[in-house]
Structure formats: C-alpha cells, structure tokens
Design a protein around this ligand. Structure first.
Ligand SMILES: Cc1cc2nc3c(=O)[nH]c(=O)nc-3n(C[C@H](O)[C@H](O)[C@H](O)COP(=O)(O)OP(=O)(O)OC[C@H]3O[C@@H](n4cnc5c(N)ncnc54)[C@H](O)[C@@H]3O)c2cc1C
Length: 382
C-alpha cells in the first residue's frame, strides 16, 4: 500500500491551517467514530456534539486535518450540487451560514467571520452568449464572457478547516491525526483498526472522499482524480478592475476548456483547470504533481491565464498544488449506508462542488446518526 497523503507530492496551497488538536488519550469505545478530518468529517463531529453532548465522538484522520481536498480546495462556495438541485436538498448556502453561525456560537468562535465567508454571487462564464456589460471579456479559445450569475461566493479554505476543527475540539469531540484507518471489523459493535490502535464505535461516518475507496465501499462505484490549482501573487486593485474581477465574484466555465477561479482577500487569484487520473486504477495518493503530465498541465494553465488579457503576460504564479476529488457518473454525491453494514454511513463524491455541500451534508449525516433524519434517495450507492 502506498504511503497515504504524500503531501509534498501534491504541492502546497498558499494558506495555512493554524490548528492542531490537543493530543489526548483515545477512549476504547465511542458512540460515533468519523473517518476523515476534512470539511465533511469535522462538520459532522462538531454538529454531533452540539446536538447530543452526552454522546462521545472521535475523528480519525490519516494525515493532518484538511490534508485531503478541504485544505487544498479552490474555495468557491457554490449552491446546490454538481448535479444541480436535488429533491429535498434544501438551501445549501443558507444551511452553511446557519451551521457555521450555530457552531461558532456554541464554541465561542467567530467562525463565520474567521473563515472569510462572502456570498456576493458567482459567475458562470462561456465562449458563446454573454450578458450585457459582462465584466469579463477574456481570450481563451474564443471570448469568455459572463453568461449567468448564480448564488455563491468564497471562503478561506484553511480558515474553514481550522474553524470547524476548533469548534469540534471545543465541543469536546476527540480529533486524532496520523491515524489512518486500515480496516473496519463489523460485529455487534464495529471495530476500527488504525495505525497505532483500535476503537470500537456504535456508528461510523466514512468521510474519506476520494481516498480509501475499499474502506468506504466505493471502489468501482466512483472515479478518483487529482485536480490542479495554481495561485498568483497579489494584484493591484487597478489590475483586478482591468480584468473584470474587482467585484470578487468567483467564476467557472460552463463549456470547455474548463477554467475556474476566485480572488482571495489579499488580491491574489486562485485558478484551476485539469484533472489527473491515477495509473492503472490505483490511488490518487500515487500522483506527484511534479511528474510530466501534471507539469505540462500547470504550464498550459499558466500560459492560458497570462494570455487572457493584455497586462497579464507577466503574472507571477507563486503556488501550484493538487487535491483529490471524487466523481460519480450521475454527478450526485454519495450519501448512503455502508454496503457492509447499516451502522456505517458513507458521504462524499461532491465532485468540484463540495465546499458548502460537505459542511451542509456533514451536519445532515450527524442528524441521521442520531436517528433524527432520513437519508435522501439521490445519495444511494448502488
Ligand atoms: C483543487 C481542488 C479545488 C476544489 N475547488 C472547489 C471549489 O472551488 N468549490 C467547491 O465547492 N468544491 C471544490 N472542490 C471540492 C471540495 O474541496 C471537496 O468536495 C470537499 O473539500 C470534500 O471534503 P471532504 O471532507 O468530503 O473530503 P476531504 O477533504 O478529501 O477529506 C477526506 C479526509 O479523509 C482522510 N482519510 C482518507 N482515508 C482515510 C483513512 N483510511 N483513515 C483516516 N482518514 C482518512 C483524508 O486524509 C482527508 O483528510 C475542490 C477540490 C479540489 C481538490
């Protein structure tokens, strides 16, 4: 088995995650175990403790919190799902704001402000059509213009991981880093085997996204990829105005070639395009972004961006990184019982649309584990 999360091989995004959970003894048994310390797992853990403080909760994370997609994401906050609205899904952005507000209030953290959540809307851009007075007019295999504005915005991913972990920690969920779960033995009570120990649990949430697909029961049912992103040094306000991004609305193409991006608080811009698949249906953990194919894709992305508008030719790129992403053919998230046991719930496969949805559905998963809510039809694994 390859070492999990060769973080250097995936590069580093420009933000930090300034929180390490306190080292504390793990009990032998908990009511709820969560595998994976990304947005989904951390939101579920904090929400469980908020709703049911009498229940014990542990998060087992293979690397550091945020080591998967959540610490490496683009940070565009999008409504609905990658497959659009889904029956009974509800208002994801209002839900995200409410969950962060309530978790912040209960844990004494200004979670909403700290994670820099802003919801000014998001632009869909394309080479055909375009609204009158489109702020964007970029040269990229045709002229890219704004064709639609949808609800959405931006967040600082590092601060969101940090805030959710702090909230979970303050609400007294146990978070254990460097605890890769290797196996779950399903019996009267499930037992999780991880490097350095084992843990019995009443119920388990698998929030492992594109990694450990054998463990979550998603092998052959979803497609893991590494998706690539790069960020620039901060631009001046005039430069932002000239390229049409002074309104700070994130943008993504609705045609191909794909391109997405957003302006960060310090005026740097995160851009993304490109997916790399694992060799021989292996794990994305094996992918090194310095290898030939990703290097070529980064070079092409940076070239495209420098040619978008006059004035960008000398744009300075400071960071390149990749992160794991999981797709289903239907583009709907997985949200179902584990194929091996009804004591397990599997939640993930948000494609590139999981920042708001992972937190929103993470809280929903917590409510299911407490027997207060049902699973949605659209999340079925089979
Ligand atoms: C580069 C990039 C850009 C993106 N941009 C956007 C965007 O702009 N907007 C948007 O909405 N979505 C975007 N996404 C998608 C979004 O980031 C993800 O959907 C979301 O972060 C998923 O969160 P998660 O907690 O489910 O998964 P992850 O954050 O991947 O967390 C899974 C965790 O499980 C851990 N783990 C795995 N196996 C084990 C194991 N065996 N034992 C213990 N722990 C384990 C991993 O280490 C990891 O920390 C992007 C994704 C990437 C990679």
């Amino acid at each position: 088995m390859p070492p999990l999360l060769l973080q250097n091989a995936w590069g580093q995004p420009p933000w930090q995650i300034d929180f390490s959970p306190a080292q504390q003894p793990l009990p032998k048994s908990v009511d709820f175990a969560i595998i994976g310390g990304g947005f989904t797992g951390l939101a579920a853990a904090a929400w469980l403790r908020l709703l049911a403080p009498e229940k014990s909760v542990a998060v087992l994370e293979a690397g550091r919190i945020g080591a998967g997609a959540s610490g490496r994401t683009g940070g565009m906050v999008l409504a609905e799902s990658a497959a659009g609205d889904l029956p009974g899904l509800g208002d994801v952005l209002a839900g995200l704001t409410r969950i962060l507000g309530e978790l912040g209030g209960a844990s004494g953290i200004s979670l909403l402000e700290n994670c820099e959540l802003a919801l000014p809307g998001a632009w869909e851009i394309a080479r055909k059509g375009g609204i009158a007075r489109s702020a964007i007019s970029w040269n990229d295999s045709g002229t890219l213009r704004v064709v639609n504005e949808v609800p959405g915005g931006t967040v600082n991913p590092g601060k969101l991981v940090e805030g959710l972990a702090r909230a979970a920690d303050r609400l007294r969920a146990v978070i254990v880093e460097q605890a890769r779960v290797e196996r779950v033995d399903w019996g009267a009570e499930a037992e999780l085997m991880f490097a350095g120990g084992k843990l019995r649990a009443g119920k388990i949430l698998f929030a492992t996204n594109s990694l450990s697909l054998d463990l979550s029961g998603l092998s052959d049912r979803a497609h893991p990829k590494l998706t690539l992103a790069a960020s620039t040094a901060p631009l001046g306000e005039e430069q932002l105005e000239a390229i049409g991004l002074s309104q700070r609305k994130p943008f993504y193409t609705v045609d191909f070639p794909y391109l997405w991006g957003r302006v960060c608080r310090d005026n740097s811009i995160v851009w993304g395009a490109g997916l790399v698949g694992p060799a021989d249906s292996g794990s994305v953990e094996q992918i090194d972004i310095a290898a030939e194919e990703p290097s070529r894709m980064f070079a092409s992305l940076e070239r495209r961006i420098r040619q978008l508008r006059p004035g960008l030719e000398k744009l300075n790129f400071t960071h390149r990184w990749g992160g794991p992403i999981l797709f289903r053919d239907s583009w709907t998230p997985v949200f179902d019982r584990h194929p091996a046991s009804s004591s397990g719930i599997v939640l993930g496969a948000f494609a590139g649309h999981g920042v708001a949805l992972s937190v929103y559905l993470g809280a929903w998963a917590a409510e299911i584990m407490l027997g207060r809510r049902d699973l949605p039809e659209w999340g079925r694994i089979a």
